[in-house]
Design a protein around this ligand. Structure first.
Ligand SMILES: Cc1cc2nc3c(=O)[nH]c(=O)nc-3n(C[C@H](O)[C@H](O)[C@H](O)COP(=O)(O)OP(=O)(O)OC[C@H]3O[C@@H](n4cnc5c(N)ncnc54)[C@H](O)[C@@H]3O)c2cc1C
Length: 432
């Protein structure tokens, strides 16, 4: 039998620097072979030109190049993990498998069954916290139950934060422990049924934004937010580094946004049903109208509400939408059009480069009123007032809706006052 090795399994932590699980693997003593699986259970549900697959693919290529410089390589497989793992065990003499925690329902199921399988093969499966500062039960109320409201959660999160939790894992010191190997093959995007996306991916360059973030972040015409969601999603940026930079820049508002991300992840961990059902269960009694024609108009940015249409077109064209506008379009779909928030959530999930299940479900349920720390149901965003406050010169709107102000622009799909009264009535009926 070949010499025993350990495997580090990359998933949503695609970096060599400051990676918790990788650090522990490299410190274990045995040579480490890194692995990435293009998971058919996930990929089979995605459109063929999914930009995130291109992003992952490019990142995998970069990881391979970097590992090859160190005399090693990344083992890349394409298939379902439950089929891929037995094949790997035929090829390699594996002693231990290292990976990082993942809190989404599918990932938890996958990891539970992989742990069971590997244990039955006498292989140790070790997992670590990496993508958040605090996870699972680390921030709890005095009665040991999870917080469902952000403000007190954040108070404790912030009080607990210290240098220990944001210290980088010095992986580089141990790169000599990667398994020495010849170059390993990489399936092409085409072989996996995907096309290369033409979308641009935001770079990791956020420091210059932090000083004015608190002042400017709500104005969608300004390029004042950091666009690091994609990098936090796939781990091309370490959360410890981001938090450290926030503290150094004294950007407390941005720091609290990073904590919102963890808050939603913790909610998803404790309440996995809320990925699919309303967090507040009585909201599942709402009688949605679910008009398909209106949904299509919303998706395409043709509702006749300029701020909504600008947002949807920005999403369709770039894979990103400004946070303020995400709130407006989500409120518009679930309240003005009375379309089930799950439809909007699914559309965002398909289009957003920074799609994160916990934050997306959290954001949608916040807007619809059904979430854990949500806007009250009677708060119906007025798109016109939102425009007055946040895009008063129509700069954002004109950028994405060039026909705005001309005869070619769509008529409003529904009248605001009528829609507001309708939603209040329907919600009240369901919730009383
Ligand atoms: C309906 C709706 C859906 C959303 N879907 C997602 C999603 O799928 N993925 C996602 O990362 N965010 C989501 N958000 C939150 C927020 O809109 C985005 O994180 C933000 O717009 C991303 O842009 P940025 O990277 O420039 O963020 P910045 O404003 O620069 O913030 C930095 C990072 O902090 C985190 N963050 C900021 N605001 C929030 C927030 N409200 N909730 C959770 N995390 C936050 C993100 O990781 C973000 O990248 C959603 C919000 C709403 C209202």
């Amino acid at each position: 039998m070949n010499k025993p090795i350990n495997i580090f399994w990359f998933r949503r932590d695609l970096r060599l620097e400051d990676n918790a699980g990788l650090y522990h693997a490299l410190n274990d003593g045995s040579a480490v072979l890194p692995l990435f699986i293009f998971d058919k259970n996930i990929l089979d549900k995605l459109p063929k030109d999914d930009a995130r697959v291109t992003f992952i693919y490019q990142t995998i290529q970069e990881l391979k190049e970097e590992l090859q410089k160190h005399g090693s390589d990344l083992l890349v497989k394409y298939g379902k993990p439950e089929k891929v793992w037995p094949e790997i065990l035929k090829e390699y003499n594996v002693e231990e498998v290292y990976t990082n925690h993942d809190y989404e329902p599918y990932a938890r199921e996958r990891d539970d069954s992989m742990a069971e399988f590997l244990t039955s093969e006498k292989i140790t499966f070790r997992t670590f916290k990496d993508q958040v500062i605090f996870e699972k039960n680390e921030i709890l109320k005095a009665d040991k139950t999870p917080y469902t409201v952000f403000t007190p959660y954040y108070k404790q999160w912030h009080a607990k934060l210290n240098d220990f939790f944001i210290k980088a894992y010095p992986t580089r010191k141990y790169f000599k422990n990667f398994l020495e190997t010849e170059h390993l093959p990489l399936p092409t995007l085409k072989e996996m049924g995907f096309e290369k996306s033409q979308l641009d991916f935001p770079k990791i360059s956020y420091k210059s934004k932090l000083d004015d973030y608190a002042k400017e972040r709500d104005f969608p015409a300004l390029d004042s937010t950091t666009r690091i969601g994609l990098h936090l999603r796939f781990g091309t940026l370490s959360i410890r580094k981001a938090v450290k930079d926030a503290i150094e820049a004294k950007s407390n508002v941005w720091l609290s946004e990073l904590a919102w991300r963890e808050f939603y992840m913790t909610i998803l961990w404790h309440f996995p049903y809320a990925a699919f059902d309303s967090f507040k269960k009585q909201y599942d009694k709402i009688k949605w109208r679910n008009n398909e024609k209106e949904f299509k108009a919303w998706c395409e940015g043709n509702t006749g509400y300029p701020i909504v249409d600008a947002g949807m077109r920005q999403l369709n064209e770039t894979g990103w939408m400004h946070n303020r506008v995400r709130m407006v379009v989500a409120s518009f779909l679930s309240k003005h059009l009375l379309i089930d928030w799950r439809w909007g959530e699914a559309y965002f999930a398909e289009k957003l480069l920074d799609y994160e299940m916990a934050s997306n479900v959290g954001g949608w349920q916040w807007a619809a009123g059904s979430g854990n720390d949500a806007a009250p149901y009677f708060r119906v965003f007025n798109p016109e007032l939102q425009t007055k406050r946040f895009d008063s010169k129509f700069e954002y709107i004109k950028k994405w809706v060039p026909e705005f102000g001309t005869k070619k622009y769509a008529q409003p799909i529904v009248e605001h006052k009528f829609a507001r009264e309708r939603v209040l009535k329907v919600f009240k009926e369901a919730l009383s």
